[in-house]
Design a protein around this ligand. Structure first.
Ligand SMILES: C[S@@+](CC[C@H](N)C(=O)[O-])C[C@H]1O[C@@H](n2cnc3c(N)ncnc32)[C@H](O)[C@@H]1O
Length: 287
């Protein structure tokens, strides 16, 4: 028995080496920001939603966009590529991720497009810019503000940063499973994305979520990203946005595919959601 096991082991070791030498990613060769962009973000559909909502609510497209918590600023890049008169400013306080994004952007934007794109290394609560049409806070980044006062103050600063009639877009997640400590895996091209709801404190609402990446050779990039957040609920968020001075706050709930329980990627305004195990919703706050 022991012999068979060790034979299998060395066979699978050879297979792993073969995969790595054939160009498969491993924990050692992969880049965490690249994997994040590939697994977490869908900037095209995000900007489609911004465009469609602007058309429906304001009868025109926005031009000037601020992307708070921009990270690699991939969404800002998508915005600049979308129309010739679009401009984007990303804001993030982490120099390392911003520098990575800047290097990546060099290959994505030509000179004219790059002139319509900027990233500032600043705290979103302190940034002082000329007002813009629209501000985004995506992938739940604002969940890091854990008190009502702190989050209301951030929302009020966002409102000040908008032109009259401007729109603030943010996303939110929840559902019965969001209160559980559990791991969810998704197989992607050449790696597995792992969303690890590592810790939840029902008294404070604090959560610690992590992202890990696993590779075909059996290696793992553990704790590639760690988020210490408060798990806000939609009623709390709507109340705080109104308290911060927004005139109208709407939740956009995702529809369900006919033949499965999966979301269909279409988000519509509503006041009634479903008690499902896991959901993602957009919130649009109007100045
Ligand atoms: C979850 S990532 C979001 C990345 C990207 N926006 C997305 O949609 O996937 C959160 C980002 O927020 C940044 N961040 C955290 N606190 C911040 C603050 N007070 N001001 C600006 N950026 C902040 C972090 O550096 C990190 O890049």
């Amino acid at each position: 028995m022991a012999n068979t096991k060790s034979k299998n082991k060395s066979k699978s070791k050879r297979r792993e080496k073969k995969k790595a030498s054939k160009g498969w990613m491993t924990a050692e060769t992969a880049d965490r920001h690249d994997l994040y962009e590939k697994s977490v973000q869908n900037t095209e559909s995000e900007i489609d939603f911004v465009d469609d909502t602007w058309m429906k609510l304001r009868g025109r497209h926005a031009n000037l966009l601020r992307e708070d918590f921009c990270g690699t600023a991939q969404t800002s890049v998508e915005w600049v590529l979308r129309r010739e008169d679009n401009r984007a400013i990303g804001v993030d306080l982490d120099e390392e991720v911003v520098d990575w994004g800047r290097r990546r952007t060099e290959g994505r934007l030509d000179e004219e497009q790059a002139a319509r794109f900027d990233v500032l290394i600043e705290d979103v609560r302190k940034v002082d810019l000329d007002p813009v049409d629209t501000i985004l806070a995506m992938n739940f980044s604002y969940y890091l503000f854990k008190t009502r006062e702190g989050l209301r103050e951030y929302f009020a600063r966002v409102r000040e940063g908008l032109l009259d009639g401007g729109l603030f877009f943010l996303d939110s997640y929840g559902g019965s499973e969001s209160f559980e400590e559990m791991e969810e895996e998704r197989d992607l091209d050449g790696f597995t994305y792992v969303w690890d709801q590592h810790h939840y404190n029902p008294i404070s609402g604090d959560v610690i979520n992590k992202i890990h990446f696993r590779f075909p050779d059996g290696t793992e990039m553990s704790d590639a990203f760690t988020y210490e957040w408060r798990l806000w609920t939609l009623p709390e968020l709507q109340e705080l946005l109104l308290e911060a001075g927004f005139s109208n706050v709407t939740v956009y709930w995702e529809g369900t595919e006919d033949d499965s329980e999966e979301g269909d990627g279409e988000f519509l305004p509503t006041t009634t959601g479903e008690a499902c195990a896991g959901w993602i919703a957009y919130i649009v706050a109007e100045k």
